[in-house]
Ligand binder design. Structure first.
Ligand code: OAD
Length: 270
């Protein structure tokens, strides 16, 4: 089963083998001439995004700034877990109801818009996102692989039907399906497998990208955090956009240490 986990082992093993160990390389914060040249010439571009890209839209990240999100006294990994859904579905829904309220107020920011624009520039352009907020599509991006599901979809625990549900706030917790069954968010919880087909496609795209961007992710939740390794093995040039260093920083060719909403439009202009 490939479920979200925060083990560093695969990335560290890759680094110990020494092949991609760039720890002595200086962290690069400028948009270099080489990056501009590669950006102009690339045909296949792949982008991995995480919560940080939506931070400037007002959606809080899970980690970063030295802390980890806690809600009503629960670490978010506990409340966003398959185990908690079995024990207390109403509590899990209260957390998702809160997140739906926050996300419903959010609008795509300059980073989402830049990526939607990039899609028109390149022969092949794919966004692989860990986010469930739907802001990439709201910005106009079309090819978006959602590794962790979508907060605006619900799935019936009885009949399995998947449907869109944009009710904010929810009138009933937990919400019910037309068949009478209890609905759950159609997102990946800790302890659950990622959608196999989406993950497979993400891995395939990562392996064939010429440029691979890692934007706004702490790069510690697997299997998403392994995609940069796959991209590197496939020969991609790796660019990280994040104000903070992450485990992926050692793997990449360039780190653009800044906010996605500032760095991506600057790269578009450059
Ligand atoms: P995290 O919250 O772990 O990391 C957010 C990252 O964004 C941090 O590295 C920040 O430094 C960075 N960041 C903050 N503001 C930024 C900005 N304006 N521009 C660029 N970067 C910025 O989020 P994820 O890595 O997405 O999974 O978390 C991965 C997964 O852990 C989530 O998808 C979720 C969570 O548990 C599930 O719920 C299954």
């Amino acid at each position: 089963m490939v479920s979200p986990s925060t083990s560093f082992r695969p990335l560290l093993a890759e680094m110990r083998r020494g092949r991609y160990y760039h720890c002595l390389r200086m962290i690069q914060t400028e948009i270099t001439e080489e990056l501009k040249r590669r950006f102009r010439r690339a045909r296949r571009v792949v982008v991995l995004t995480g919560a940080g890209i939506s931070a400037e839209s007002g959606v809080p990240t899970f980690r970063g700034g030295g802390g980890s999100a806690v809600w009503k006294g629960f670490p978010f990994e506990q409340i966003s877990s398959a185990d908690m859904l079995t024990r207390d579905p109403a509590l899990v829904w209260e957390w998702f109801n809160y997140r739906r309220e926050v996300i419903s107020r959010a609008r795509p920011n300059a980073a989402h818009r830049a990526l939607a624009d990039w899609e028109k520039r390149f022969e092949s352009f794919v966004i692989i996102t860990q986010n469930i907020d739907d802001l990439h599509r709201a910005a106009g991006s079309r090819t978006v692989l959602e590794l962790h599901g979508n907060i605006w979809r619900v799935r019936c625990l009885s009949c399995g039907r998947v449907a869109e549900n944009r009710q904010v706030p929810l009138r009933e917790i937990p919400p019910k399906c037309a068949c009478g069954g209890v609905l759950r968010p159609d997102v990946v919880l800790f302890g659950e497998a990622l959608p196999g087909e989406v993950l497979h496609r993400a891995q395939t795209e990562a392996a064939r990208g010429e440029l691979f961007f890692i934007i706004g992710t702490s790069a510690i939740v697997y299997p998403a955090a392994y995609l940069p390794v796959i991209a590197r093995r496939g020969g991609a040039y790796l660019i990280e956009v994040n104000p903070e260093a992450t485990p992926a920083s050692r793997l990449v060719d360039v780190t653009l240490a800044g906010k996605a909403g500032e760095v991506l439009p600057a790269l578009s202009d450059a």
